[in-house]
Unconditional design. Structure first.
Length: 376
């Protein structure tokens, strides 16, 4: 797993939580409101980008961080025992902590707890910068990469970046739940959130790589000493934030499958089975949550190098980051009362976004799939 790319994959979960905080209403209730024209597209988007939960590649890192936090030793320094097995720790974490948090129908408390993700990301960035500037002067200069060797190498990181910014998948539901739905307010919230994410991602990656160079561990926190109090706090915040963010991801993905099931149930039974609808909803919610959690656990345990799988999901995310908004803009210009010049300019911009999205999606996804199959 490449170290610079891991920064993007690790911190994407933090970035998504910041946007969630700006929605004063309960954004998941929007998913229960039928008749919205955006729901088929939004559902297809979440169904394609959510089979690989973003937290899956981060769970092993959570266990490593918490293990080193509690013992003061790295896992390689302790003889193998059943109770030190990472897979057992992941299983217990899922059963006794993450599953109870994820199974609720409405997880309103997550809207407030998810602020921990933003705080953890900000703290980690500041801590890495502080450690870089306070490093001993005698430290040898780290070896740095000479840069990308080709344009193909440059485009190969696009899926990873898109995966890191796939918090866009909840943007429509969040906007629909906002009390202030003015376009200017939404633009301010979106731009501010993405700028903060960009700063956190960039500063963390740059300063981490400047500090350790090619010796940087895939998990940046593992590059620091287990006796570093500043980084011990970062490990604790990181573990808590990942655990609290996961139920939000489950909610978005689960609703894609559960909503059609509930709609079909209501059409078949009508008022005659209205009393059984609640029981059916509860059973399906438990089963879908358990299946989702099991999928995430299997990925975290049996896929040691998650970067190639992330590249595939990142390519799909690129499709919706560029093509989906471009289509929305083009169709909006056909109905919105704007001047001719504005309509032409925005339609052209939407078309350009479509072309760029098609190119990035095709190029990055093809390379990612070939790499996954071992052809490259």
């Amino acid at each position: 797993m490449d170290a610079p790319g891991f920064f993007w994959r690790r911190l994407e979960a933090f970035g998504g939580s910041w946007i969630l905080l700006e929605a004063p209403g309960c954004f998941w209730r929007v998913l229960d409101s039928p008749g919205d024209s955006w729901r088929p597209l939004d559902a297809s988007q979440r169904l394609l980008t959510s089979p690989l939960p973003p937290s899956a590649p981060l769970w092993p890192a959570v266990c490593d961080s918490l293990y080193e936090l509690l013992t003061g030793l790295s896992r390689s320094e302790v003889p193998y025992q059943l109770y030190t097995d990472q897979r057992l720790a992941l299983l217990l974490l899922c059963l006794f902590l993450i599953l109870p948090m994820s199974v609720s129908k409405e997880i309103s408390i997550q809207k407030h707890i998810s602020v921990l993700g933003t705080l953890a990301a900000s703290y980690l960035t500041v801590a890495i910068m502080v450690r870089y500037h306070t490093a001993p002067a005698a430290r040898s200069t780290p070896l740095h990469s000479g840069g990308a060797g080709s344009w193909a190498a440059v485009f190969s990181v696009v899926p990873t970046i898109c995966f890191g910014f796939q918090c866009h998948e909840a943007s429509i539901a969040i906007y629909s739940s906002m009390e202030n739905q003015r376009l200017s307010h939404w633009a301010l919230v979106s731009v501010l959130a993405m700028v903060i994410c960009l700063l956190i991602y960039t500063l963390t990656g740059v300063y981490g790589f400047l500090t350790f160079g090619r010796e940087l561990a895939p998990d940046v926190l593992m590059s620091y000493s287990s006796r570093d109090v500043l980084m011990l706090v970062a490990r604790l915040l990181f573990g808590v934030s990942i655990i609290t963010i996961y139920p939000i991801t489950v909610l978005l993905g689960r609703s894609v499958i559960q909503e059609p099931l509930l709609s079909c149930w209501r059409r078949r039974g009508g008022a005659a089975v209205a009393a059984e609808a609640a029981a059916f909803e509860r059973r399906s919610r438990w089963l879908l949550t358990a299946a989702w959690l099991a999928l995430t656990l299997l990925i975290a345990v049996f896929v040691p190098d998650i970067s190639k799988v992330i590249s595939v999901i990142g390519g799909i995310s690129a499709f919706f980051i560029f093509i989906f908004p471009g289509l929305c803009l083009v169709f909006a210009m056909q109905t919105q009362p704007v001047s001719c010049r504005t309509r032409v300019a925005l339609t052209a911009w939407g078309g350009l976004t479509l072309l760029c999205g098609a190119f990035i999606f095709g190029q990055s996804t093809t390379i990612a799939v070939l790499q996954l199959l071992g052809h490259i």
